[in-house]
Ligand binder design. Structure first.
Ligand SMILES: Cc1cc2nc3c(=O)[nH]c(=O)nc-3n(C[C@H](O)[C@H](O)[C@H](O)COP(=O)(O)OP(=O)(O)OC[C@H]3O[C@@H](n4cnc5c(N)ncnc54)[C@H](O)[C@@H]3O)c2cc1C
Length: 326
């Protein structure tokens, strides 16, 4: 749409879809060893201008810079942190450790990470949906694969030049792409209300805590689970998260909501973009895993260049790396 293309979106807001539960956190330094997130510098050079352009296009900003505070648990981690501080590629991303922050229970040290971001995904999607509706560019129904012809790109009575499947974890039910190496990783989240959480920060201990949605709402999560019975929130995980909330915050907090969704993950933990080997106008953009906010702009532009400018797609993202597709 931003490039003046005619689009029709078909989406029925499937239960368990990932984007509406995601906090949209982009964290440049991750894990116990404080390593730069995969391709972070390259992705950042794309997602910052991309989300600024989206804000201009929609007339509302959903993308914010955030300072990330994280716990440092013991002296081994403290040494690791101090080693990283001066390393090439890490300068400016990490600050010297600080003493405690009053809202949180910690072991005494807090690391500050710069160049963190948050994309308010649910609000962004609501605004895009409203725009699509105002342009008669959305069909709010379940896509029926039986009514689709992949050679002529005809769906019911609609004729298109091409189709891009972006179905999140439900991509595993798409007859054209069901043989990819799907996993699907469930995550559960608690929301609660808190007035004094600094809005321009994120906090990371065992879980992330961050402002989300309405003015005083805080998002707390999320776990990772590959073996689950369904897409719904479970009492067991709620109890675990509530316990972690108590371990994290100095004050008492009661959840106001409990959510669950499935991340679109796969075996090699790399995205899927590109064209179906047997149907050149059937495309996919999926496999965003736990990092949709930082990956999506880079992948969208790559897929666009592939489709409209004959651009190459590197093997590590290309859906055709999966030989089971043929
Ligand atoms: C608990 C949790 C926390 C997360 N936190 C973060 C985070 O902090 N930062 C981050 O970057 N990422 C995070 N993620 C990951 C992020 O949500 C995903 O990477 C990203 O949102 C995936 O987007 P998607 O569009 O591929 O899939 P989805 O968001 O699942 O969207 C798929 C869409 O396809 C539609 N659809 C599917 N099949 C059909 C059909 N047959 N007919 C019609 N419509 C259909 C669905 O309705 C849905 O709207 C988190 C995920 C979870 C679960």
């Amino acid at each position: 749409m931003m490039q003046g293309k005619n689009v029709l979106v078909i989406d029925n807001q499937e239960v368990g879809r990932s984007s509406v539960v995601a906090a949209g956190i982009i964290n440049p330094i991750t894990g116990k060893k404080f390593v730069k997130s995969w391709k972070f510098d390259e992705l950042q050079s794309v997602f910052v201008p991309f989300y600024r352009q989206v804000a201009q296009f929609l007339g509302e900003n959903h993308f914010f810079e955030k300072t990330i505070y994280r716990t440092i648990n013991d002296t081994a981690q403290l040494n690791e942190w101090n080693n990283r501080l001066g390393m090439e590629g890490y300068r400016g991303f990490m600050e010297a450790v600080k003493p405690d922050l009053p809202l949180f229970k910690t072991n005494g040290w807090i690391g500050q990470i710069n160049n963190g971001y948050q994309l308010m995904i649910p609000k962004l999607l609501d605004d895009v949906r409203s725009l699509l509706k105002s342009r008669n560019s959305i069909l709010e129904e379940k896509f029926d694969y039986e009514k689709f012809d992949a050679t002529s790109i005809t769906y019911k009575n609609i004729q298109a030049e091409r189709i891009i499947f972006c179905e999140g974890f439900r991509g595993s039910q798409n007859p054209y792409f069901k043989n990819l190496d799907w996993i699907g990783t469930k995550g559960e989240v608690l929301l609660f209300e808190m007035n004094n959480f600094p809005r321009n920060t994120l906090f990371k201990s065992k879980m992330f805590a961050t402002p989300f949605g309405q003015k005083n709402q805080i998002w707390f999560g999320a776990n990772y689970e590959n073996d689950y019975a369904n897409v719904l929130p479970t009492p067991k995980r709620k109890e675990e998260l509530q316990h972690l909330v108590e371990e994290t915050f100095t004050g008492a907090l009661k959840p106001v909501a409990h959510l669950a969704a499935i991340r679109p993950t796969n075996k090699d933990r790399r995205p899927y973009i590109g064209s179906h080997p047997n149907y050149k106008n059937v495309h996919i953009l999926n496999g965003l895993g736990a990092k949709g906010s930082s990956l999506a702009p880079f992948l969208v532009l790559k897929l666009y260049a592939h489709i409209f400018e004959n651009g190459a797609i590197e093997n590590e993202f290309n859906v055709q790396r999966c030989t089971k597709l043929r």
